[in-house]
Design a protein around this ligand. Structure first.
Ligand SMILES: Nc1ncnc2c1ncn2[C@@H]1O[C@H](COP(=O)(O)OP(=O)(O)O)[C@@H](O)[C@H]1O
Ligand SMILES: [Mg+2]
Length: 352
């Protein structure tokens, strides 16, 4: 996610908003800061806390933009909790998971008999969120015709249930989220420009973990401390885990990191070993079935070659001469390869 055409935030909470960013001492991770439900001490996160503090207590619609796993829902919940609406409901809706023909009824409710199968009337998410916050996740997945009614509801604060003729007015604060660049979504994915501008009165960017240098280690220690507390254990990361935390870019962001820590925690006796995700994917073994073999998509070429050579050798019952013939290489080449793999296998054996 790089840039959007959105203007800078048009809302000010008035005066100098000072975020109550607190040093987290609860689980003893030195240097870790938290704000609302969010943890992280990197400059981009401190900047985000500042922006949330400014927007939380207004009724401005916010659009949270960020890759999957960066904490968009947690940001939305934090806005809700820091607002005067915190006593009301926080209603999350994944627009991408609702079939197109149902989304209107899900959002605005419907009257009995308004469509086939509507045997009973039902209140929609807008009414559930009355007095609280409605979180519309994956907003760019909504079909353009459905977006028109949403825009109207946002602009007027009123809507009709599907099949109803009573105008309902709601007191709902809407926060939307997307993992696409909204400007690109307008050009390519049918996001209406008017809706984008209406939603993005206050755009907030959820930064990816690769921009949050020290946070990787701090967050990992935080998740480990939480698990230690839950399970009454005292496990700690190995030195190599710390290196992995620093060197891996974590494309799945906080979600990937949290899951990796959880998995490694379960497997650990005392010392938690985070396997390097890159190495883990490299050692994905080919699947052999009779005289055929499938290699995983994305296997590095050198690894694929190694798997084919070793697989053929095995198929030939260890007969190197036959294997070399089948592979179309000289016996010498095969020997060279095998001795190279031998060295590698000794080094890499404990990676699995
Ligand atoms: N800053 C953060 N501090 C602590 N936990 C986080 C943070 N960001 C994300 N998480 C955790 O990572 C996971 C994914 O977060 P989520 O809000 O669902 O991401 P997104 O909606 O962007 O995909 C959740 O388990 C969430 O609790
Ligand atoms: Mg999400």
């Amino acid at each position: 996610m790089t840039s959007t055409d959105l203007d800078s935030p048009a809302v000010s909470a008035g005066g100098s908003a000072s975020p109550r960013v607190k040093q987290c001492v609860a689980d003893g991770v030195a240097g870790l800061k938290s704000y609302g439900l969010l943890y992280g001490s990197s400059p981009v996160m401190l900047d985000l806390y500042e922006q949330i503090e400014r927007v939380a207590d207004t009724d401005a619609t916010a659009l949270i933009i960020g890759e999957s796993g960066t904490g968009k829902e947690l940001i939305a919940r934090t806005i809700h909790e820091r607002s005067s609406r915190k006593g009301g409901a926080f209603v999350p809706v994944n627009c991408g998971a609702i079939p197109d023909e149902l989304i209107e009824a899900e959002l605005f409710g419907h009257e009995k008999g308004s469509f086939t199968g509507a045997v009973q009337g039902r209140v929609g998410y807008f009414e559930h969120a009355n007095g609280g916050t409605l979180f519309l996740d994956e907003i760019t997945e909504m079909a353009p015709v459905r977006q028109v009614k949403l825009l109207r509801a946002l602009e007027t604060g009123t809507f009709y249930r599907v099949g109803g003729n009573e105008l309902i007015s709601g007191n709902v604060r809407v926060i939307a989220a997307t993992n696409r660049d909204p400007a690109v979504a307008v050009k390519e994915n049918g996001l209406r420009e008017d809706l984008m501008y209406r939603l993005a009165v206050f755009p907030l960017r959820a930064p990816p973990l690769r921009e949050r240098e020290n946070d990787r280690e701090l967050l990992a220690q935080h998740f480990l401390a939480q698990l230690n507390q839950q399970e009454a254990t005292n496990k700690s990361f190995s030195k190599r885990s710390i290196e992995t935390l620093r060197s891996w870019s974590w494309p799945g962001n906080v979600r990937e990191l949290k899951n990796a820590v959880y998995r490694a925690f379960i497997l650990a006796e005392k010392t938690v070993e985070l396997p390097h995700p890159h190495l883990t994917s490299r050692v994905k073994k080919a699947v052999t079935q009779g005289d055929a073999m499938s290699v995983w998509i994305g296997t590095p070429l050198a690894d694929a070659q190694k798997q084919i050579i070793l697989g053929t050798l095995k198929y030939c019952g260890g007969d190197k001469r036959r294997a070399a013939k089948a592979l179309g290489v000289s016996l010498k080449t095969l020997y060279n390869r095998l001795s190279a793999y031998g060295d590698e296998r000794e080094e890499g054996e404990d990676e699995q």
